[in-house]
Design a protein around this ligand. Sequence first.
Ligand code: FES
Length: 575
Amino acid sequence: MAGKKRGMRRGLTAYGDEEFSLFLRKAFIKAMGYTDDALERPIIGITNTYSGFNACHRTVPELIEAVKRGVMLAGGLPVEFPTITLHESFAYPTSMFLRNLMAIDTEEMIRAQPLDSVVLIGGCDKTVPALLMGAASANVPAIMLVTGPMLTGDHQGERLGACTDCRRYWARFRAGEIDAREINAVNAKLAPTAGTCMVMGTASTMACVTEALGMMLPGGACTPAVMSERMRSAEATGARAVAIAKAGLTPGKIMTPDAFENALTMLLAIGGSTNAIVHLAAMAGRLGIEIDLDAFDRMGDETPVLVDLKPTGQHYMEDLEKAGGVVTILRELRPLLKTKALTITGKTLGQNIDAAPPGWQQDVVRPFRNPIFKNGGIAVLRGNLAPGGAIVKQAAATPKLMQHAGRAVVFDSLEDLAARIDSPDLDVTPDDILVLRNAGPKGAPGMPEAGYIPIPKKLAQKGVKDMVRISDARMSGTAFGSIVLHITPEAAIGGPLALVKSGDRIKLDVAKRRLELLVPAAELAARRKQWKAPKMRAGDERGYRKLFLDTVQQADRGCDFEFLTRPVTARAPAK
Ligand code: FES
């Protein structure tokens, strides 16, 4: 940091007299009881993302204490500060709507305050990408610490995991297989400890890909929230934050195209949440890197799914931790990785793998040559219904439905879906394709996790478990089924999805990566002339919602705001 303004001298408040600004700043910070000696140390910010509404972040106060200990042991001065926090079930209309607000908050608070580095404490789905997006734009040395996953619950001897089993049990309740008393009993067992969802949902996925990206200490992704090792990881993160402050190790030096390629390789190998594609695109966009969806799809040809975790497999995050965590996966993936990518340790990813203890016999991470799913765990589709791309998580789908043609049953909005999906009069058969639209970035707004369209009650009660479902929405990483997501461009801006009518035929061919609306081009052109953009809703005209609607980009650009991304100068993966 020699020659650069650091600590209390960074980013002085503008009074027109820098010495006075420093004098005033010190006068006020001394009211916190600090000595001059403390104020001369590297100042390490810690984001406090605790909230009484965020159970996934229940342990943040004790993590902050452990981080502070690490910072002080390494000679720094830790200072915590609040940012917005987001929990999936406590963010109306959807947490994705607020992710960019949290990223803006994080960026501006990092920039506004005199921080030599910052520890980002996240966990619940949108918090990790929001913090990393903000830190990438502020480009102050930053290191990620996650709260860690929950331990599993149990019901009548069966292990339960949020929220894969939330959905599974709810589907059983809807189908009449279990009664109100049992579903209430299950409700109390699904989230039995502090921490994030313990299946390979979005939170677990983002934790694993962040470790592969290099922005988290090795071993930091999988340790459950309530284990003492999690506190040691926090202490080590605090100590490392002082080192990266001294070294000037900024996010831009770590979050390179190679690092994003490593993160995408990890995403494929863990059979991770499709949401991570959107978040990685947003994070990369902050640094002028574009995620190339077609190259990502080609990566899938050689990247097997190795991790046997719910929702696609059988284990949970605590089992992955016992199997050695992320490095066990990295070791198997080594031939596919960019091992020279720099990480937060100051060493390369390859050096971190070499420094880890040797692996042992376990059944959670499969050997490269004996995968769970050979390739294409997540496939990118194109076609006249999705000229900008769409995503399907094959690894979580019914194989025979991956080549399917059927009659469209269209729901025009989330409200329309809620009103009609369980109607006994709904004209639907198991071979039909359920279509939900106006649930994309602008449509809903916020691209909610509504892509997991429930099986219509009248079919669920006959035992139908899966159907092809397509939408411009996202899906929770904890969900599963034959579900096409992120159809781009979305219906609300006139994407072809807006032109589908109930009764049209749609063809899905995942092997050929195609999603086609089997309607003649002339008929589609006639329908386009008739199409009208959805009307403005109450609240669309002001505030953050207006900013969101005016500037949010489509899923392929990570749903980030246009004015927050940098011009594209590189692509990842570079294949
Ligand atoms: Fe927070 Fe699932 S609700 S991680």
